[in-house]
Design a protein around this ligand. Structure first.
Ligand code: 5GP
Ligand code: ZN
Length: 113
């Protein structure tokens, strides 16, 4: 097992509040939520980030976004939510296993900080 925090969450070695799971994706509550809904959707397989993704990762990146849309539908936040991929340290990326942030349940300002 590699030393990746999110791989450990998928494997159940680190506890998380699971929101959704299917064959390819796993979603859980962010430990430090920035909105009433703040869910992280990740590929079960380790992908570092968008910068390092290749065409073979196209389907899983799409699946993560579709899972986010489904969670937003279930939570009835479709009047305004945001999916975010932080890429690189200057964007605030701190975990290097690709994750889609789903933020919603409050007014979201544009542009983000
Ligand atoms: P990034 O800053 O890399 O885009 O996002 C990483 C996110 O993971 C942050 O929003 C942070 O709060 C969350 N996070 C970091 N460690 C843990 C953890 O152990 N459990 C959960 N549920 N979220 C975490
Ligand atoms: Zn990983």
């Amino acid at each position: 097992m590699n030393d990746c925090l999110f791989c450990k969450i998928v494997a159940g070695q680190i506890p998380s509040k699971k929101v959704y799971e299917d064959e390819h994706t796993f979603a859980f509550e962010d430990i430090d939520p920035k909105a009433p809904t703040h869910v992280l959707i990740i590929p079960k397989e380790h992908v570092v980030d968008l910068k390092n993704a290749t065409h073979k990762d196209a389907e899983i990146i799409g699946r993560c976004h579709l899972a986010a849309a489904e969670i937003a539908r279930e939570r009835k936040i479709e009047d305004g939510y945001r999916t975010i991929l932080n890429v690189g340290p200057k964007s605030g990326q701190s975990v290097f296993h690709l994750h889609v942030h789903l933020l919603g349940g409050r007014d979201l300002h544009w542009p983000p900080g």
